[in-house]
Design a protein around this ligand. Structure first.
Ligand SMILES: NC(=O)C1=CN([C@@H]2O[C@H](COP(=O)(O)OP(=O)(O)OC[C@H]3O[C@@H](n4cnc5c(N)ncnc54)[C@H](OP(=O)(O)O)[C@@H]3O)[C@@H](O)[C@H]2O)C=CC1
Ligand SMILES: O=C1O[C@H](COP(=O)(O)O)[C@@H](O)[C@H](O)[C@H]1O
Length: 491
């Protein structure tokens, strides 16, 4: 049942000393606590294999808060209250005997247990089974798991089966942190609360859609993970497909989790497939070489720590795809994402069609289309590019494009934009699954990614090199230029 206020819970955090926990989860939980959104008796148990005691664990969390929370948001009373909630158990997650300590901590507490698995997906099954075997769970226990779930459809099914033996689907929260981003939430409001857009949201009015998720970072010491995954599995199979689904889905009948997820699944099923013939034309894979970002030299992918010089793993993907249904027939969706790009930028651009009859200066005809720009990061906001008359007596009826702009930071200056993990953790506690990915969504997304990998394998072409600090291989620009279009550039 979805709750309006956050109930008390026992949160067992597996992988308590890992990157995700330190960089994202403690700062998010601290913010929730500071904003009065953690119930008074909620407790957090850190679980990891480091041989430290609870005091040393709290010290580590305190240090991480100092590093990742803005100084102005660190208040000593809030920090103390938050640290007092924390405890620590040293545990090898494969050792079922060690789970006795979790059972003893939770038994009789009266708070439902929420288990957060901030660990590699390969051990999700073992942890779930050990929790059950040790009697550490209760009838309301929930599990939160991270992406990527598996490496392909088959491995994701194995992992989901293992989770499903212990937790029913209604108590599994699969995180895709892009769904927790403020502007992604706004996408739902924008589309379904504004008749202006609701009536225009189809192939009659929209010519094409662009989704760009550019990262400045490289692989950040994660060679072991990333080289097996590549940008397709790391970013496209999950984050970019989720964004595409939210843009392309039909209106759900209500905001219930399953109503939204049913619509997203329909989009995944309708996504165009690739084959040996079209993959070379419609998809560009790239791998970064050395270059410079903001004046600082950075190594190429094959010179990263732990690298294997023969690797053909892609760090960049651009593609032209389509959603084959009545709403979107003939509307290309251009997707691109890459590491070591000139800046961190995630944005969606909806390009509307031109007016059927044009009466202005023929030289300005290419200007004559509206664009809706939905900026996820860095500066969250929504802009509608419209055409107005250029000012001045000497200009005649010259057109000028300009934005009707909603910048969330300046429109709502007092409201801090919460990190995605704050919202997601809050929804887990309240029992609302609408921002979490259902099993069939994950699996349809893998089916689609698997057929793309198969087409790549048949094509057998190495990724194209691109210098770090560039917008990817030139071929990704040529791909969209061939359609008489260009990537939106107003960075
Ligand atoms: N970091 C990020 O920004 C993101 C991460 N994710 C996902 O979140 C999950 C966690 O990622 P991340 O924090 O980066 O990974 P890390 O490797 O930094 O953390 C995982 C932690 O799990 C611990 N661990 C693994 N196996 C065991 C075991 N048998 N017993 C005890 N501890 C164990 C590791 O301990 P030890 O150090 O001792 O090996 C490590 O501290 C992954 O599924 C990842 O794909 C998803 C999106 C973003
Ligand atoms: O899931 C992941 O996301 C990050 C990018 O997230 P963002 O919120 O900073 O845009 C990416 O760097 C990482 O490789 C991937 O695993």
């Amino acid at each position: 049942m979805i709750q309006d206020t956050t109930p008390d819970i026992d949160l067992a955090l597996f992988g308590a000393m890992g990157d995700l926990a330190l960089r994202k989860l403690y700062p998010a939980l601290y913010h929730l606590d500071r904003d009065g959104l953690l119930a008074d008796d909620t407790r957090i148990m850190g679980l990891a294999r480091q041989d430290i005691d609870a005091e040393a664990f709290r010290k580590k969390v305190q240090e991480t808060l100092k590093k990742y929370v803005k100084a102005a948001e660190l208040e000593s009373t809030c920090i103390k209250r938050f640290l007092d909630r924390l405890d620590y158990i040293k545990l090898d997650f494969t050792d079922v005997e060690g789970y006795k300590a979790i059972r003893e901590w939770h038994e009789g507490s009266g708070r439902p247990m929420t288990v957060y698995l901030a660990v590699p997906a390969s051990i999700y099954g073992a942890i779930c089974s050990n929790l059950q075997a040790s009697g550490s769970l209760d009838d309301e226990s929930r599990v939160v798991v991270e992406k990527p779930i598996g490496y392909d459809l088959e491995s994701s099914q194995e992992i989901n089966d293992a989770i499903g033996v212990v937790f029913p689907e209604t108590r599994v929260y699969r995180i895709d942190h892009y769904l927790g981003k403020e502007t992604v939430q706004n996408l739902i409001a924008l589309r379904f609360a504004n008749p202006l857009f609701g009536t225009q949201w189809n192939q009659n009015h929209i010519s094409h859609v662009e989704i760009t998720v550019a990262e400045q970072v490289g692989i950040e010491g994660r060679w072991g993970y990333f080289d097996k995954a590549g940008q397709l599995r790391d970013m496209v199979q999950n984050h970019l497909l989720q964004l595409l689904c939210l843009i392309a889905m039909d209106p759900p009948s209500n905001l219930d989790a399953d109503a939204i997820r049913d619509e997203k699944v329909k989009v995944l099923k309708a996504l165009k497939r690739f084959n040996r013939e079209n993959v070379g034309r419609d998809v560009v894979r790239g791998q970064y070489i050395a270059g410079s970002i903001n004046g600082t030299s950075v190594p190429g992918y094959l010179d990263e720590e732990g690298a294997n010089t023969d690797s053909h793993t892609e760090t960049f993907v651009a593609m032209r795809t389509e959603v084959s249904n009545w709403r979107w027939a003939g509307v290309p969706f251009y997707l691109r994402t890459g590491k070591r790009m000139p800046e961190k930028l995630s944005q969606i651009v909806i390009h509307f069609r031109q007016q059927p009859h044009y009466i202005f200066d023929p030289d300005q005809r290419n200007l004559a289309a509206n664009k809706l720009i939905i900026r996820l990061q860095p500066e969250e906001g929504i802009a509608l590019e419209v055409l107005t008359k250029d000012g001045g007596l000497d200009k005649g009826m010259r057109l000028r494009p300009g934005p009707l702009h909603l910048d969330f930071n300046s429109a709502f200056p007092k409201a801090r934009i919460p990190d995605a993990y704050e919202r997601l953790l809050l929804e887990v506690m309240k029992g609302n699954q609408y921002l979490f990915v259902r099993r069939d969504e994950v699996e349809y997304a893998w089916r689609w990614a698997d057929q793309l990998v198969e087409a790549w394998e048949q094509l057998d072409r190495p990724p194209r090199r691109y210098p770090s600090g560039s917008w990817g291989p030139v071929a990704s620009i040529a791909m969209i230029t061939q359609d008489g279009r260009s990537w939106y550039e107003d960075y």
